[in-house]
Design a protein around this ligand. Structure first.
Ligand code: G6P
Length: 608
């Protein structure tokens, strides 16, 4: 995790770096710092806390035109101003910001200490600053290169030195890094939105590459010193994407953006009349996809929950086995050969370290790899065999919302696409599914127009110290996601269970008044879930049901009902997900939690 930025130009870089760090704060926000270089010496300011805390202590009169910055999510060493980046060497001549983990830092630290280097922090990163000092022989780029050749682990780093006041050197291995090209100024950052305000011209830096930035020039070379020609990409996406646009929180804005995100994700892909999905990007792989005999879905967090839903839908449509694995587990399992198998790797950010590593493993085992991601140009898009983009627009709130429903939609579209390729469903059936699919954005809009029941239910949940989410079949992954949303942002203890599993343990947790949120849309498992609701009611739980608008029966069995519009069972999870996002949002708001930046979490987990 962590976010890094750098800027070299002809104007004061402090405000630019602060602004860019604010846009990277979703990557970590327990401490932050900035190092500027005014031609003669390096000045470092850092603090525990958020970018706003850093801003409060920064000198407004700093006119330095070269600088690097960092927002941290602690891995090695507690969040503190000492452990905050940038880190300097003994002489204060080198300053380094780093995103990643230096795995052999202890051995390097011991060696450098024995040479007389004095360390001041508990971080792994500090060894990089001392290594640069140790390797410096008149050329910063060579020193960084030499230092990195000794390092094991992952990194995106930026280094400045008072020996060369008009240069920033940066490098990457397994952590994201992009360069932005301006007019008489150049930038680097962990992602594009951080610098989008200043330029739309970017260069993607690859693993094992070093980049040297001056005001007027950017050169890229490999760690081994071979020069690399890198194309400049013009990016779109407006700067406004990164603004709250009148909403109190990014999360609320992003919940409300779901209809648009879904419409954009469907656009140009749905062929209702033909009952088919046009995934132009998959055409070169049609033969391989047609012959797929098994699928493994790999993801973390919310993307994993979309994956479970994908499993149910894909198995139903394709009649082949679909497994869902946590990325962090898959990469260390003894999995079987991926011959004639597809690995679908889901990651909204496209940068989750575990998912990237799992995808590499899958590739090595012979799987055809397909990435579903929301971020154009992210690492996953450059490593997967095939890519399907969700078109949700930038998501800033740490708790994923609009990207979740867009992932589900994309998995469903993929199911129809493959089912048609394999001739497993007829035009009539797929046309029917597509018609329902098209109605989802409008139904979410109507749901968002009337949220008073959700607000009421959330205040009831806030009165308790824990709550449980239950569902069966397609509603089970939504129960998991509802619980995840709740714990992520409101810190209320929340667990999701398959409703049928209650009697195998979780029922012991139910006491009088315990809130149980039952996701119970009409469908195959409706009456079974109703049975489970009765079980918890018999233990005096306070049951909040999420049920269809036309369900007049449910009110007899529960304490409170939140209605979702009627739709095909396959799509109810998308509507229920929106309810659960709002339920968590209002619970967090009641409690006064920091919704967009929950404690200890980060949006993009770029370390293992
Ligand atoms: C973090 C975020 C979650 C997200 C997960 C996977 O934990 O806080 O919201 O679901 O990473 O992220 P990805 O970008 O791979 O979907």
């Amino acid at each position: 995790m962590c976010g890094i930025v750098g800027c070299i130009g002809n104007r004061s870089v402090t405000p630019i770096i602060v602004e860019s760090l604010k846009r990277l704060e979703y990557r970590g926000y327990d401490s932050a710092g900035i190092a500027t270089l005014n031609g003669a010496e390096i000045d470092i300011t850092k603090t525990e806390g958020k970018i706003a805390d850093l801003e409060n202590i920064l000198s407004l009169t700093n006119t330095a035109c070269v600088g690097i910055g960092h927002t941290r999510w602690a891995t090695h060493g507690i969040p503190s101003s000492t452990n905050a980046h940038p880190h300097a060497d003994c002489s204060g001549s080198f300053a380094v910001v780093h995103n990643g983990i230096i795995e052999n830092f202890q051995a390097l630290k011991d060696e450098l200490t024995s040479k007389g280097h004095i360390f001041s922090s508990e971080t792994d990163t500090e060894v990089l600053a001392h290594l640069c000092e140790d390797c410096y022989n008149g050329d910063l780029e060579s020193a960084v290169r030499e230092a990195l050749l000794r390092v094991e682990g992952s990194y995106a780093i930026a280094v400045i030195s008072d020996n060369e006041p008009d240069v920033i050197v940066a490098a990457r291995k397994d952590s994201p890094l992009i360069v932005g090209l301006g007019d008489g100024e150049n930038f680097l950052a962990s992602d594009i939105p951080a610098i989008r305000k200043y330029t739309n011209k970017v260069m993607y830096i690859n693993d094992g590459e070093i980049v040297r930035l001056t005001r007027d020039n950017v050169t890229v070379s490999t760690l081994q010193g071979v020069n690399v020609e890198r194309l400049v990409t013009i990016v779109d996406g407006s700067v406004q994407d990164a603004e709250r646009g009148g909403y109190e929180h990014f999360m609320l804005k992003e919940i409300h953006e779901q209809p648009k995100a879904l419409r954009d994700t469907m656009e140009d892909r749905l062929c209702e009349l033909e009952g088919s999905i046009d995934f132009k990007e998959l055409r070169p792989f049609e033969d391989e996809i047609k012959n797929i005999e098994g699928i493994t879905i790999i993801a973390c967090g919310t993307s994993y929950h979309a994956g479970i839903l994908g499993k149910y839908a894909l198995e139903d449509l394709l009649r082949i086995p679909v497994k869902v694995e946590y990325s962090s587990e898959f990469r260390y399992n003894n999995f079987l050969s991926g011959n004639r198998s597809l690995a679908i790797c889901i990651s909204q950010s496209g940068e989750t370290a575990d998912t990237l590593a799992a995808m590499n493993e899958a590739k090595a085992q012979g799987y055809l790899t397909l990435a579903i991601t929301n971020v154009v140009g992210s690492t996953i898009t450059r490593k997967a065999d095939e890519i399907l983009l969700t078109k949700s627009g930038m998501e800033i709130g740490v708790a994923a919302t609009k990207t979740f429903t867009a992932q589900i939609l994309t998995l469903y579209m993929l199911g129809i696409y493959v089912a048609r390729l394999k001739k497993l469903i007829d035009v009539e059936t797929s046309r029917h599914i597509i018609t329902s699919m098209k109605s989802v954005p409008g139904l979410i809009e109507s749901l968002l127009d009337n949220i008073s029941d959700i607000e009421k239910a959330s205040s009831r949940i806030c009165e308790a110290d824990c709550c449980y989410f239950i569902g069966r079949g397609l509603s089970y992954p939504i129960a998991l996601e509802g619980a995840l949303k709740m714990k992520e942002i409101s810190y209320i203890k929340a667990e999701g269970f398959p409703a049928g599993e209650l009697k195998h343990g979780p029922l012991a947790l139910i006491t009088a008044g315990t809130p149980v949120i039952a996701i119970v849309p009409k469908g195959k498992t409706y009456y079974k879930t109703l049975g489970n609701i009765k079980e918890v009611k018999a233990r005096n739980a306070f049951v909040i049901a999420i049920a269809n608008a036309s369900d007049d029966e449910i009110v007899k069995y529960v304490d409170s009902v939140i209605k979702i519009p009627d739709i095909d069972e396959l799509f109810s999870p998308m509507l229920a997900a929106v309810v659960l996002q709002l339920l968590a949002y209002y619970a967090a708001k009641d409690i006064g939690a920091e919704i967009d930046q929950p404690r200890n979490l980060a949006k993009s987990v770029t370390v293992e």
